[in-house]
Ligand binder design. Sequence first.
Ligand code: ADP
Ligand code: ZN
Length: 716
Amino acid sequence: MSTISEAKANLKKYFGYDSFRPQQEEIIQEVLSKQDVLVLMPTGGGKSICYQIPAVSLPGTCIVISPLIALMKDQVEALRANGISAAFLNSSLISAEQQKVEQDALSGKLKLLYVSPEKLLTRDFYNLMLSLEINLIAIDEAHCISAWGHDFRPEYTQLRFLKNKFPAVPIIALTATADKVTRKDILTQLQLTDPKVFIASFDRPNLSLNVLPAQNRFKVIMELIQKRPNDSGIIYCLSRKSTEEIAEKLRFSGVNAAHYHALLSAEQRAQTQEDFIQDRVPIICATIAFGMGIDKSNVRWVIHYNLPKNIEGYYQEIGRAGRDGLKSNTLLFYSIRDVALLRSFIEESGQKEVQLAKLERMQEYAEAHTCRRKILLSYFGEHLTEDCGNCDVCKNPPTNFDGTVFTQQALSALARLKEKVSLGTLIDVLRGSSKQEVIEKGYHQIKTYGIGRQISALHWQQYLLQMLHQGFMEIDYEHEQQLRITPLGKEVLFDKRQVKLIKPDEIEKRIRENIEKSQEKPKTQVFKEELFEELRKIRLDIARDGNIPPYVVFSDATLQEMSEKRPTIEEEIKKISGVGEKKYQLYGQIFIDAIIDFIKKKNEEGERIKGSTYIITYDYYKSGLSVDEIAQKREISSATVLSHLTYLYDLGQEVDLESMISIQEKEIIYQAFDTVGFGKAMKPFFEYLQEKIPYDKIRIASSIYKKEKNIKFENN
Ligand code: ADP
Ligand code: ZN
């Protein structure tokens, strides 16, 4: 049986990760001891590792059942890129391909075999399973088993045969959908034996949460895009038409964007999705039809151009950002108009009450003046004790002012208008607009006409929303969205209640402060970003050559760490999270070379950047210069040059130290080592040798000695 420490070693070897995430380790431990488990983890939480690591750590093959054909291919590609042999069987393969996979499975070559539920239920596949040594059965997207869920798959209900026919094989069921009914359904239908249930937190702290009023949306989006034009992002829109229009507008502004919705042909949709995954088109304007079954880990932002109809959908959509765990932004544009539109859709559909209630929760979230993450998570039954610090409200807590007069003005105008107008007309009247409708209806004759002229229409809208939110007025959706004054509003009107409002400027300030801080960046940050862009280009080239998605080569997280730490030798780059053995063999040197080039380029430009000094020394050394010559060129001491070279030698680089010391010198120094006792400090040897042998020589001998005797010191 395999142990958890072997599992950990495999995590480093195949995936290049140093440690398991919370819960992964416990889950894997259970699986390794043949326990059935159910795993509930949010998208991006790291579910796949929970069965992939046992699959490679145990003898035999793991069968993975997955309903998403497109995803299967990506997962298999990603595994192969990590040096794990995997394959899939589904309806997309021609029969020769199928046979090949089956043969590979039978010969015991495959560590993971992905299969669609349809295929799993065939007699052929059952026979194949009988001839295999199966170490684990993983059921991905396990919520598909539940008729209550949103992706019900009838075939999934037949999966109970697995436990009946293969009682000795542990089953791991995984899903990102958390509700209780579904959870129970999974457990009963799969007939798991005494299953352990793991429920991970649904918090995604790396996603920033931002909400802005739906004003100047395009301008805001452009600002965001222009900061990092190569970043991948999704703009979710309510209508198919707006996906097309916004994509068109973006392209017109020089941004590479495409649109996606359900009415495009299957080929067009597949193409757009592929372009996005492969980083050919960074930005997709889409309806919510887009995103299901996309595993792309480097989506850096998600914007909701319109209000989503409920929090479940919203959370799932923003969850597509930042799967790699890196900071990612989300932005929701909020408008009352969208609320009205969504309400009208709901009116026409079934389950009205439930859906309206869900929309209201969504609205409350959008209008919140308290930590948004708390609201989100409490919706899913999780309660944060602290404010999150990564939402617009936390970062920019709103301050109140006495808005009683403004509110009274609005309410009094509304009263005089007999509560027969909508938000837009009320603003027109308050601002003294001479629009035809206002004049025709005689609204310009009422006493409060023009009373709020000094406030812009956009700001009035902001204030009115706040008044709505605080319950001083409400919208009558049944009657042309006319505004009504509530009893609470009457109290304000008759001076019995004070109102606190928030300045619209503050809300607008958020975009600048939160989407991305664009203040002067420290030099190191600039270098990091520049190098990241370079590495990203290289990744793209490699991906295109191999026809694989760029994030399969290395994730953004891995490239970020490389840009920060700038590894220039094997030992260093292997420490970067995400650089496993196979990836090192395939791409390690390419990235090292790129990093060295970058450092050299910076040096030529007169910049000194950390870690570079060794590289330059080594570069001169390789071009054939002697220690003294290098010292002269670099205007540093020979001792420093030598310390660089011995350091590199210690790390396993090719440096011919032997030629820098004579055999006799070496012998004398070795003798000192043996007599005094070998150690890190050079001074004892120097003194023992009566200060007759220079430090340089002792240092050289020490490096050679260490290598011969295979001695390693901590932090060396
Ligand atoms: P899920 O299937 O739950 O949506 P994935 O399994 O795709 O999530 O994992 C999300 C991302 O996190 C992937 O890029 C994956 O490689 C990475 N990841 C998973 N486990 C670890 C870990 N222990 N250390 C670092 N990265 C991890
Ligand atoms: Zn917060």
